[in-house]
Ligand binder design. Structure first.
Ligand SMILES: [Zn+2]
Length: 234
């Protein structure tokens, strides 16, 4: 039986075009990587080897989100040449909270580098999920990634009892026009605060100082070419 021949010898991209139309606004390029911004607080959180799992937040106290790949707390700063788009939010909180997010571009205005972008709160326990195609993007303000920027996400317990919560924010980090990030990262021990420079792929660190085991997320590093912007380095 003869095999039926399709096309005229060229690749058929029709499926990819359709996908691009369906996911308008969330195109993932070779220069992109996802970023998780997390804070979980619960009765057992303090014993977890995961750096974003913590004990409940006491009344009046503020908790800063954590980078699960390093254990470092926000605010964190990215160098010039990168952009960050926040696309997904998931919140649960057991007590009244005020959450806020803070973005700074260093050098953009020359006079005041701190931008305060949002604050929200709830008098009652609540959960909230939002999946946006484009809720916030540093390129709204700096389309070419000319300025370093920092981001912070905070949760303040404004209730009378210890706060349990889950805060998950997902972003897309894009190398707009820059050299690759270094192949190392600084990881922080959740239990004693000891910091150590390790390979980017490090998933487990037994602390040199306190001996406790920390587990970190391994997420793909943004790929950028030294030849020019938006070209993958294969
Ligand atoms: Zn330690």
């Amino acid at each position: 039986m003869a095999i039926e021949t399709w096309g005229i010898g060229k690749t058929d991209y029709s499926d990819e075009v359709s996908v691009g139309q369906f996911l308008l606004g969330i195109g993932i390029k070779a220069t992109d990587t996802t970023v998780s911004i997390l804070y979980h607080a619960s009765d057992r959180g303090a014993y977890s080897p995961l750096p974003f799992e913590h004990a409940p937040v006491m009344p009046g106290c503020v908790a800063h989100a954590v980078d699960p790949t390093t254990g470092l707390s926000y605010p964190l700063t990215w160098p010039a040449g990168y952009s960050l788009r926040l696309i997904s939010y998931w919140w649960y909180y057991s007590e009244p909270v005020i959450g806020s997010w803070h973005v700074s571009f260093y050098g953009l205005t020359g006079t005041m580098d701190r931008f305060f972008f949002g604050e929200w709160g709830s008098k009652t326990k609540a959960q909230w999920y939002e999946h946006d195609v484009q809720s916030f993007d540093t390129r709204f303000f700096d389309p070419n990634g000319q300025y370093p920027f920092s981001l912070d996400i905070q949760v303040r317990n404004v209730g009378d009892r210890p706060l349990s919560c889950e805060v998950d924010v997902i972003g897309i980090l894009r190398a707009v026009s820059t050299k690759p990030l270094p192949n190392v990262k600084t990881c922080k021990c959740k239990f004693c605060g000891f910091e150590k420079e390790v390979a980017w792929e490090t998933q487990k660190m037994v602390c040199d100082r306190c001996g406790m085991t920390n587990l970190y997320y391994v997420m793909r590093k943004p790929v950028a070419s030294e030849k020019g912007p938006l070209e993958a380095k294969d």
